[in-house]
Structures are given as C-alpha cells and as structure tokens.
Design a protein around this ligand. Structure first.
Ligand code: ZN
Length: 308
C-alpha cells in the first residue's frame, strides 16, 4: 500500500469547469493512461441532469469503461438520491455527496437547505445498505465550502463539525472536507481537521479536496499530512483553472502533488514520468485549454528518484 492515496478528480471537477465537452473516447484514454501510470482512484464524473452539465452527460458510460480496470476505485459525485440510484445502477464503487457548509451556497447550487440535503443522504445510505454485501459502494459525505464561502464569507469551525456529525448520523461511511472556494490556509486546515477528528474519529475523515486558487494548495496538503490525512484529490494539469483567478489552477495539480510527496519520501504508487505523458491526451483532446503545473514545465530534477 502506498503511503498516500491520490484521487484524480480532473474528469469531474476539471471538466465541469470548462465549457467544452471532452469526447467519451478521450475520457477513456485519459483513464487508461492514468491507470497505467499507477493511479488507483479516479472520480470519473457526476450524476447530475445532462442539461445542467452536458460535459458529464456520459458519466454512466465512463463508469462502465473505468470498471474494466481491476483494482481501480471508480468514484462519482452524486447530488441527491436520484443521482445515487443512477450511480449504483452504473456500478460506481464510491459515491460522494456534497453538503455545503454555507446554506446560502447550498440553496443556490442544489436548491436545498441543510435539512433537505441530509434527507437525501439518509435515502442514499438506505439505498447503499440495500445492496448485496461485496457490491456495496463506499459512501462519502463531503462538507463543501468548509473553509469559507464566496457568498457567506467566513464558515465557522463549529458549523463544519456540526455538519460532519450530522452526515455520520445520516449514514455516510466517511466524511471529507472540501475547500471548494480556495479560501483555506494551512493553520486552518490543521485546526479544522483536528476539530472534526475529535468529533467523529480520525478514521472517519481521511481525505481532503483542495484547490489552488490562491497558491496555497500544496501548503494545505502539508498541513493535512501533519494531522494524519492520507487521501488528497488532485486534477491532472489543474484542468479547469479558476474562473476568478486567471493563471491559477483549479484543483491542486496531480503532477506537482506526486512530485512533492515522492521527493519527500512518501510513496504514491504513481510513476511520475508516465503521469507527465498523460498530459498529451488532454492537450490533444482539448486544444488550447490551459494546463497548469510547475513540475511539467520545469521537468524532474537531475537525480530525482521516486520514493520506495
Ligand atoms: Zn473542487
């Protein structure tokens, strides 16, 4: 087992942030190449109505393709019970349902209050439990806008803790924290993870979804490592960028994250040379779309060896 699990989210978070639609063939080639590089978890799409996100309309077909790779965890985002039903029918291994810490954000994006989202979580948990043992997907509730909100501003630690507890009570297997807006700083990451760990147990919060909007993505990863986080979401080439900050990647860049961890002696199971080659698939499928990352631009340092 590698020390750190990197979950590639470019096919969901990256693609939903750009207007152009990547072909199914290119998505499949992207998945195949990342798996060949050693990536073991990919969030391949989202089960939302096609009219809202035409970029992700083929998610069921992408799941079907990704499932052919033994050992790959095929993850998807689901906004509600209806999406979860489709995700389970498609055979996704992991479902993530976001609950926005900011109720204003929740109403605007999902048109649902916290209580209404938690009702959906309970319905999904029941659906998951009804699956035969061995075919039961892992169910994660993700507290989004956990570090601050573009509509409400400050999000308090107590609100995030309260929602993490509510998610656990509603039947999720695990809680994640998302810096949806790129507001997080390292001190805040440490404090919030500690507070949530104290409330629900360290084994129930193992992953962070970070953005690099203000350049603090990798610094926030370091803070997460300090407090025992072992799973990080990242996007190849930082695909999608940030609409509010031109020149800034959206998610943290998978290539830079792998480089940092491996250079520090932490294993990821990912072959960095092979991973860097996967960018060509994106560049060809989405000509002109900016791809980010310092490591791809600068190249690997002379004498660099991966952690063993
Ligand atoms: Zn995100």
């Amino acid at each position: 087992m590698p020390d750190i699990l990197i979950s590639e989210v470019g096919l969901r978070d990256g693609l939903q942030s750009i207007d152009r639609v990547m072909t199914l063939a290119a998505k499949c080639a992207w998945i195949d190449a990342e798996v060949a590089a050693g990536v073991t978890e990919i969030e391949v799409g989202s089960f939302v109505p096609a009219k809202l996100l035409p970029q992700l309309a083929d998610t069921a077909a992408v799941v079907a393709h990704a499932r052919r790779h033994p050992g790959l965890t095929v993850a998807v985002l689901v906004p509600n019970a209806k999406g979860a039903e489709a995700a389970i029918a498609a055979g996704a291994h992991k479902l993530t349902l976001p609950l926005s810490a900011s109720e204003t954000h929740s109403l605007k994006n999902l048109r649902r209050t916290h209580a209404q989202v938690l009702d959906e979580v309970r319905a999904v948990a029941a659906m998951v439990q009804a699956q035969p043992a061995g075919a039961r997907p892992h169910f994660e509730g993700s507290v989004s806008t956990a570090f601050g909100c573009t509509l409400e501003g400050v999000v308090t630690e107590s609100k995030v803790v309260e929602l993490a507890e509510a998610l656990m009570a509603a039947g999720v297997d695990e809680v994640g924290l998302s810096d949806t807006t790129g507001y997080a700083n390292p001190a805040q990451v440490r404090a919030l993870v500690r507070a949530v760990h104290a409330a629900i147990g360290a084994d129930r919060l193992t992953g962070l979804h970070l953005h690099n909007t203000r350049g603090l993505g990798l610094a926030n990863v370091m803070a997460g490592l300090d407090v025992g986080i072992t799973t990080f979401d990242a996007s190849l080439g930082g695909l999608g960028g940030c609409p509010f900050a031109p020149g800034a990647s959206g998610n943290i860049v998978t290539e830079d994250l792998v480089f940092m961890l491996e250079a520090m002696g932490l294993t990821t199971g990912i072959d960095l040379e092979k991973l860097l080659q996967v960018r060509h698939i994106l560049a060809e499928a989405l000509p002109g779309e900016p791809l980010y990352g310092f490591t791809p631009d600068a190249g690997l340092p002379l004498g660099f060896v991966q952690a063993a």
